[in-house]
Design a protein. Structure first.
Length: 273
């Protein structure tokens, strides 16, 4: 049985490919690529010659079956996307799920990923973060995501296309108050820059900004304690008060108030556990 290698490729600077990724690309039987012409340029640069097959959003379903067949025949396949890590806002999920079903080994080959590299240089809290990818365009789902961002006590990471940046920033302006934002643009490329400020400062600085970009948004520090506690599991919520030396009866009373649940609901939950 063959193996599926999920290979990260550069997000701009061609030096950001690992020695292991190059070796795997040289060794596999076939490379499944989001855009074969794009990947061909990368392969030519590193003097790698390999059969390529397209694997993108519009043929993922059909191609998955073909690729699985080849893997079952014993062929090793590398999966790459146009840039960065496959599966992160890029195709990959479908074939990976299918490989798991068929007991085909999946091997990640780490490398560049725009969200991680933007986050680590942002200066914004890296200890806990939520990656939301691109904000949905559908009004209702977009509103839900914006509410999630508003209430989040974790750093938020978003991807955005340059032509949609201003409308996204305007939507964020409604909910962010004074939270810090870092716009990481064209990272690893010649015009790499990090634009920092609160939402109104960012809006002033970015008119007609071009290139690829990631938005890193500071956590909401103004959340009341109960709101943050309500993001915990009931067990964690219980432990929080227990550590403060509270008695069981008082803890249940407090949790029921924080979460707007009856004391009975809470007892029942713990009984069932
Ligand atoms: N799989 C990729 C990864 O690992 O980051 C992401 C692919 S997603 C289709 C493309 C988005 O990633 C862009 O719209 C942008 O938000 C972000 N991105 C990719 N390359 C970037 C770069 N060099 N600088 C800033 N953002 C980048």
């Amino acid at each position: 049985m063959g193996k599926l290698y999920v290979v990260a490729t550069p997000i701009g600077n061609l030096e950001d490919i690992t020695l292991r990724a190059l070796r795997i690309l040289k060794e596999v039987d076939l490379i499944a690529a989001e855009d074969t012409r794009h990947t061909l340029k990368l392969l030519n640069h590193f003097e790698i010659s390999k059969p390529l097959i397209s694997y993108h959003r519009h043929n993922e379903d059909v191609r998955t079956d073909e690729l699985i067949e080849k893997l079952l025949e014993g062929k090793n396949i590398a999966l790459v996307s146009d840039a960065g890590t496959p599966g992160i806002c890029d195709p990959g999920q479908i074939i990976i799920k299918k490989c798991i079903e068929k007991n085909i080994e999946i091997i990640p080959i780490p490398g560049a990923c725009a969200m991680i590299n933007s986050l680590i240089a942002s200066g914004i809290n890296t200890s806990e973060f939520t990656f939301l990818g691109f904000l949905p365009l559908n009004k209702k789902s977009r509103k839900q995501k914006l509410e999630e961002i508003q209430k989040s006590n974790k750093t938020i990471i978003l991807y955005e296309a340059p032509h949609k940046l201003m409308s996204t920033l305007k939507d964020l302006e409604q909910i962010l108050e004074n939270r810090q934002i870092v716009l990481a643009r064209e990272i690893t490329k010649i015009h790499e820059e990090f634009i920092r400020g609160n939402i109104s400062e960012i809006i002033e600085k970015v008119e007609n900004l071009k290139g690829e970009m990631v938005l890193i948004i500071e956590q909401n520090n103004n959340l009341k304690e109960e709101q943050s506690l309500n993001n915990l599991t009931l067990e964690e919520h219980y432990e929080f008060y227990k550590k403060q030396g509270m008695e069981k009866k008082d803890i249940i009373k407090k949790i029921s108030k924080d979460r707007n649940l009856t004391k009975n609901d809470i007892y029942q939950y713990f009984l069932e556990k």
